[in-house]
Design a protein around this ligand. Structure first.
Ligand SMILES: *Cc1c(COP(=O)(O)O)cnc(C)c1O
Length: 502
């Protein structure tokens, strides 16, 4: 599954490629790992550098401000419990819009809906007036149910079915065409369909940086499509070009824009009136403080992990730029003819489209697990079993690790001091019989050994963590998803966001 993660555009959220800046860290970690393997199940080691999560104030208000309420919510809705804050998606959208406005570029934002199954997030995106990037009939239907304007849906993904294409044409939604074959299928669909308006398409380009990717089209295929679309009778309007890259670097995206500008001119020479350049998603977010992250990467070795191995790659959890900074960097990057990206787009009369998934749900959810019991493994070391599984905090299933420490919320908050449990180093395991059901392989430092009934809070899980792999393994019911909204009085209101009754 790990190969799936590397480098390929689309796929899952896309981890840094092997040549990423973090790779040397991982490599040196591996060398150290061999030394450490012998003792990895051994006794408590020296303390490890912490990775406390960055928390939005709205989230901190609950987790730190009202821990007893959090405990009550888990009692009511069960463990694990996913809590989402839809207003944070709106805040994140505004920050990106502000950057785009301040650089004077015409823009369109499509929320990458696959990042999370929350309907409340879709509502928030619609309320904020942005479009939605959908990759299935079901995502499209949910976006429409949330009130999205059909014309503001953009359908991506390489293997749209005939039924999906038909629906998109009927709705007048934008369709990113991934291949000549998909264009052919769309033509077929127009022949058989009864639509009275043209299909609106983007052509998905395969940037030179990922020539072996299965997504998008290279020069020959693109030329072919343009030729077919220019001379044709069938009602298809080409609105622009699209790409989406794995990884989180600005430079390859600038380069892809540079590669596409001549294609825009070429298409216009064919008489096609293009107006959009869609650069996909991949805007990075920060889960932990950058300095803490650098310190952690520099210090970590196999001894930090219960199995003695540092994973080969990580998402850049404490990267140098947040999404807004990243977008600003992209817009001012030198592009072509002495112009930066923003100027090039303006000069070419192009609307810049982006499809942020993860960055729009930054901070907007937490996943709360109740501790079932703690089992000692060695002096100072234990495993914490939680009620729930790693399918609800799923990074480890991709051969990596969520480099954010879970927060311990003791159940006995407010009880008199007395038998204060000892500190310990613990890894966190789920309740299933799968040996791989581990939420956190790292030895987490707990000042107080977690006790049955305590809560472990994984912060910032909205982006591909909380519900990507969730299922009913062992016939456990699906975790609940509850939306937190702010009341006029500054309090919190909780309502189900999963179509299940209270
Ligand atoms: C997954 C995906 C996105 C969203 O990516 P993020 O990294 O979550 O911003 C956008 N566009 C396409 C085509 C995708 O496949």
């Amino acid at each position: 599954m790990r190969a799936h993660h590397h480098c390929e555009p689309e796929g899952l959220p896309g981890w840094p490629a092997a040549q990423d800046a973090h790779a040397p860290q991982a490599a040196s970690g591996k060398r150290a790992a061999r030394v450490d393997e012998a003792r990895h199940h051994g006794h408590r080691q020296g303390t490890y550098p912490p990775l406390p999560p960055l928390l939005d104030d709205a989230v901190a208000q609950l987790v730190h401000g009202s821990p007893a309420l959090l405990t009550e919510l888990v009692e009511q809705y069960g463990s694990p419990l996913n809590l989402v804050w839809p207003h944070l998606l709106r805040n994140n959208t505004r920050k990106l819009t502000e950057v785009l406005r301040s650089h004077g570029v015409n823009h369109a934002i499509f929320y990458g809906a696959k990042v999370n199954k929350s309907q409340a997030f879709l509502h928030a995106a619609v309320q904020e007036g942005i479009g939605v990037d959908v990759s299935s009939l079901y995502e499209a239907a949910d976006a429409l149910a949330a009130g999205a304007q059909p014309a503001r849906l953009c359908a991506t993904g390489p293997a749209k079915t005939a039924a999906f294409l038909q629906m998109l044409v009927a709705q007048g939604s934008l369709i990113s065409i991934d291949s000549r074959e998909e264009l052919h299928d769309l033509e077929q669909c127009l022949h058989t369909g009864t639509s009275d308006h043209p299909a609106r398409v983007l052509l998905r380009y395969r940037p030179d940086a990922c020539a072996s990717s299965r997504f998008g089209m290279g020069a020959e295929e693109l030329r072919d499509c343009l030729g077919r679309l220019a001379g044709r009778q069938a009602p298809i309007t080409v609105e622009g070009f699209h790409f989406h890259l794995g990884g989180y670097a600005v430079a390859p995206r600038v380069q892809a824009v540079r590669e596409l500008l001549p294609w825009v001119r070429e298409a216009r020479r064919h008489g096609l009136a293009l107006s959009m350049l869609d650069i996909g998603g991949g805007l990075p977010i920060r889960y932990v403080d950058s300095t803490a992250y650098e310190m952690f990467l520099a210090a970590q070795d196999g001894g930090h992990y219960r199995h003695g191995q540092v994973p080969a790659s990580f998402y850049p959890y404490g990267g140098p730029a947040d999404a807004s900074t990243w977008l600003a960097q992209l817009l001012v990057s030198p592009c072509a003819d002495g112009l930066n990206v923003a100027e090039s787009l303006r000069t070419a009369g192009l609307t810049l489209a982006i499809e942020p998934g993860r960055s729009l749900v930054d901070q907007a959810a937490i996943s709360v697990f109740r501790v079932t019991r703690t089992k000692p493994l060695a002096p100072g070391r234990c495993v914490v079993f939680v009620e729930g599984s790693s399918f609800s905090a799923c990074e480890t299933w991709f051969g990596s690790e969520f480099l954010v420490d879970p927060l311990l919320v003791p159940a006995d908050t407010g009880q008199p001091l007395g038998a204060m449990p000892q500190p310990c180093q613990a890894y966190i395991a789920g309740h299933s019989c799968l040996d791989d059901d581990v939420l956190t392989h790292r030895w987490i430092e707990f000042a107080r050994t977690p006790q049955p009934g305590d809560l472990l809070v994984y912060a910032n899980t909205a982006g591909y963590q909380m519900d990507l792999l969730e299922n009913e393994f062992h016939r456990h019911p699906m975790p609940r998803r509850i939306a937190v909204t702010r009341t006029a009085a500054g309090g919190m209101d909780f309502s189900p966001d999963d179509n299940r009754p209270e």
